[in-house]
Write a protein that binds this ligand. Structure first.
Ligand code: SF4
Ligand code: SF4
Length: 534
């Protein structure tokens, strides 16, 4: 019984141009004299080198350890010597020089496969550790470190993404056709660690040979193979989940929050190699196609191989070459520097000829046809997003859920005015990200200022308290009453009925008399001779 599919909005059916490369078996590409390993081939911070220039390194050796966060280690795909650690062109949309490690190779790269390890003997923790150590990232393009998706909490659905939906690309198709048992071995390892209730393996219906191979490999497993209609972008994570499970991942949530974990077929294959052969991620399958290569196909390429070397190996005809695109024709990027190497994320190289993928037509004004809205798989309003971003009203674009755009390019593909819509969306997102960072920085600066003010106030209070504590203690003055001053023994004898003047005269007389007595006493004392001391 076939599984019910729920579909997703929008999408387009494309002329896929896959046959030229997909019909040839995977070909192993010899090592180049120089490998260049970018330190950032994943979602997070660049890896940190653990080797030095001039050092000899060996096949599979760790060259750079993962940094904190979503980072992954980088390993040597061959024996050789570290020729440089420094900036070099890399194959990403920045088209900039980034930190890389160069290896002068001195061998062919052919290695005897090691004995298979019986992974049943390994504990779950050991399996997780082995996958983390292997530097495996999502080979579908996201570059998320695979080990970090191996949550300890059991998930409900494990989905294997075999929907390779963009035109020209056929590396996963060929991998499934030729190496399905190893892929399924990787899926079983993931299933053991994630303990899902259901494992679904989705393949588009334009890959009949891959469907057959995977179906055979899945036999007597609990993996359910699901054949889905060919429609772009059915391989995008959110759209595939919606199609298979019937619900959307809400904005701000990750699929794992809803119990779904997804892996690409190439990633499953790399995981199987990491466990069964103790092999880090050293090579990957790259589709090489386009009118300017004589031998289009899928090549098993050492990571770090210069793109120019790959194209030449596939029979590049420089006279025909108009431009090189890495990735598919819709979401891929044009490469300026062919000395940039194949990275973990390089799935396809299109050497386009003179009449191929011509996007040189100048954009014209929007005619409000609404075609872009019809095909948007995220149910957005692409033309309105475009207007807001064009007029620098980025907040309005944000309010229309710009963040939900998966940059699939379906809208730009159908736009009759040739407007490069995705470029506008990328620009809009970058501006909003920048504004958010500035807001955050301003908030942090204010928090620091407030904390400083508070500290100063506290210090002032403490100083005042210390001063107070150090001052001499003051005794309370005795309360002085008028009565205490005036009442004396003689005062007591004063007749209160007398007038005040008379009372004063009486007191004066007393004082004079006392003075007379004291004077007489002193005279008497002076007249008395002192006693002999003998
Ligand atoms: S690029 Fe964004 S706006 Fe355009 S169709 Fe895809 S999701 Fe929709
Ligand atoms: S498809 Fe192009 S021309 Fe038509 S509404 Fe969208 S942006 Fe405008």
């Amino acid at each position: 019984m076939s599984r019910q599919l729920f579909g997703f909005p929008g999408g387009i059916v494309l002329d896929d141009h896959k046959d030229r490369a997909a019909e040839n078996p995977i070909e192993w590409l010899p090592l180049p004299p120089l490998l260049v390993l970018p330190l950032k081939q994943h979602a997070g911070l660049p890896a940190i080198p653990v080797v030095t220039e001039g050092q000899r390194v060996h096949y599979g050796q760790l060259l750079a350890k993962p940094a904190a966060g979503r980072s992954a280690g980088v390993h040597a795909p061959a024996d050789g010597e570290i020729s440089f650690i420094g900036l070099h062109p890399v194959p990403d949309d920045s088209n900039q020089y980034q930190p890389c490690i160069g290896i002068c190779t001195d061998e062919t790269g052919a290695h005897e496969e090691e004995e298979l390890v019986d992974d049943v003997c390994l504990s779950d923790d050991d399996l997780r550790e082995r996958i983390a150590q292997a530097g495996i990232v999502g080979l579908g393009g996201a570059g998320f470190p695979s080990a970090q998706k191996l949550t300890e909490t059991p998930v409900k659905w494990l989905i294997i993404n075999g929907a390779e939906c963009e035109p020209y690309i056929s590396c996963d198709d060929r991998l499934m056709q030729e190496r399905a048992p190893a892929i399924i071995e990787g899926v079983q390892i993931l299933a053991r660690l994630l303990k899902p209730e259901l494992v679904l393996f989705a393949i588009e219906d334009n890959k009949p040979a891959a469907i057959t191979a995977v179906a055979e490999a899945c036999h007597e497993t609990n993996i359910e193979l699901v054949v889905i209609p060919t429609k772009y972008p059915s391989g995008a994570q959110k759209q595939l989940i919606q199609n298979l499970l019937g619900f959307e991942i809400p904005r701000g949530k990750h699929s794992v929050d809803l119990g779904v974990v997804m892996y690409n077929t190439g990633t499953c294959y790399a995981i199987a190699r990491a466990i069964a052969h103790s092999e880090p991620l050293l090579r990957r399958i790259v589709t090489v196609t386009g009118d300017a290569v004589d031998r289009p196909g899928n090549y098993d390429v050492a990571i770090g191989t210069p793109i120019e070397y790959v194209l030449q190996s596939a029979g590049l005809n420089p006279n025909k070459l108009r431009r090189v695109i890495m990735g598919g024709p819709i979401m891929g990027i044009a490469l300026n520097e062919l000395s940039a190497p194949v990275s973990k994320l390089t799935n396809c190289l299109i050497a386009a000829g003179p009449d191929e993928l011509d996007e040189t037509l100048a954009p014209r004004p929007c005619i409000r046809c609404g075609d872009c809205m019809e095909v948007c798989p995220a149910s957005l309003l692409p033309q309105q997003l475009f207007w807001h971003i064009e007029s620098e009203q980025h907040e309005k674009a944000a309010a229309l859920d710009l963040a939900v755009c998966i940059e699939c390019g379906a809208c730009a593909y159908v736009c009759p005015s040739q407007i490069p819509l995705v470029q506008y969306y990328r620009h809009g997102k970058a501006v909003l990200r920048q504004q958010q960072q500035e807001r955050l920085a301003a908030q942090q600066a204010k928090a620091r200022f407030d904390a400083r003010e508070q500290r100063l106030q506290q210090k002032q209070q403490q100083r005042a308290q210390r001063k107070l504590a150090a001052a001499p203690a003051l005794t309370e003055p005795e309360p002085v009453t008028v009565a205490a001053v005036v009442v004396t023994k003689n005062d007591a004898e004063i007749d209160a009925s007398k007038p005040v003047i008379a009372q004063h005269n009486d007191r004066l007389a007393d004082v004079l008399a006392a003075a007379q007595r004291a004077k007489a006493k002193k005279q008497q004392t002076d007249a008395t001779p002192p006693e002999s001391s003998s």
